[in-house]
Design a protein around this ligand. Structure first.
Ligand SMILES: [Zn+2]
Ligand SMILES: [Zn+2]
Length: 144
């Protein structure tokens, strides 16, 4: 994956915010640049620490509401995990292993399992919006 220029990263968010009729703020742009950096699973607390030098005075509730806004815009995906909510900076469909001890998320390729879950729901007559597979247990580093 080639690195994306910061101006292009900003332009993407600006287009989405304007499309939704929302304001473009320096804070939203700065937080978006941080989450757009690399594919990972970030908590609001961790993002607040990362943003502290660039955005002094930024408060945790603001980081939460900005991440929730990014989730609504499809920039990140909120992933249910034990403990703090985690936001996946890769919004494309993929599944996770979540550690019950440390709360860390690991990406999993379970497209076959996801398709089976979707078919099972559809054959029971439900209308599917999204299918995800979550595997829980103790992660490799907690076992180490
Ligand atoms: Zn763990
Ligand atoms: Zn992920």
């Amino acid at each position: 994956m080639s690195p994306v220029a910061p101006a292009e990263v900003d332009a993407r968010l600006v287009a989405r915010l304007r499309g939704a009729g929302l304001r473009v703020t320096p804070q939203r742009l700065a937080l978006h640049r941080l989450v757009a950096g690399s594919p990972r699973h970030v908590t609001a607390e961790a993002l607040l620490r990362e943003a502290a030098t660039e955005l002094p005075g930024l408060a945790l509730p603001t980081v939460y509401s900005t991440l929730e806004l990014f989730a609504e815009l499809g920039v990140v995906r909120r992933v249910a995990a034990p403990g703090a909510a985690r936001y996946d900076t890769d919004p494309s469909p993929h599944d996770h292993f979540t550690c019950v001890r440390c709360g860390q998320l690991y990406d999993l390729d379970t497209s076959a399992g996801r398709a089976a879950a979707r078919r099972a729901a559809e054959s029971a007559g439900h209308q599917v919006e999204a299918a995800t597979v979550v595997v829980t247990g103790l992660c490799v580093s907690c076992l180490g």
